[in-house]
Design a binder for this molecule. Structure first.
Ligand code: 4NP
Length: 152
């Protein structure tokens, strides 16, 4: 799961997908990163932590890191929160195989609509909750695909 800072959207997506795969005993490795390095080593934004806690997904143990080209070797799919994140991830792709791994998360919900998970950083608590709701729906689609062996 990739966003800009790895302190709001992607840690919430990461923690929520981790929780669901654990609850369902699915064998899937989940992680997140930011395309920027501003917040490397930091815990998620307090507003995202409290939103996660409110809805039952603790994310306070996650720490921000920056996306790097070798992540293409470690992951089958790289979900990006918006088209800018996707562009920055794709700029690090070394070959066609890398390129095919990166996609927009919300295309799981609405294929080819190319919608963004809105950046809540300068927003209100309602914006953080809206991010949670969107991520929850998109992650349910991913879980169904994993169960059906259709994640690629
Ligand atoms: P995120 O949100 O990409 O969802 O983690 C942001 C976090 C920090 C900044 C922007 C977006 N920032 O400009 O520092």
């Amino acid at each position: 799961m990739v966003c800009l800072g790895n302190i709001c959207r992607s840690p919430m997506a990461d923690g929520h997908l981790r929780k669901k795969v654990k609850d369902l005993k699915l064998n899937v490795f989940v992680d997140s990163a930011g395309t920027a390095n501003y917040h490397v080593g930091k815990a998620p934004d307090k507003r995202m932590i409290s939103t996660g806690a409110k809805f039952g997904t603790p994310i306070d143990d996650l720490r921000a890191r920056q996306f790097k080209a070798t992540d293409f070797d470690k992951f089958d799919v790289i979900y990006c929160m918006d088209s800018e994140n996707l562009k920055n991830v794709l700029s690090l792709a070394r070959n066609e195989n890398d390129y095919q791994k990166a996609r927009l998360l919300l295309n799981e919900l609405q294929p080819n609509a190319d919608l963004a998970v809105p950046d809540p950083y300068f927003g209100t608590m309602a914006d953080f909750e809206a991010v949670y709701e969107l991520l929850d729906k998109a992650i349910d689609c991913i879980i169904e695909k994993i169960k059906n062996g259709k994640i690629r």
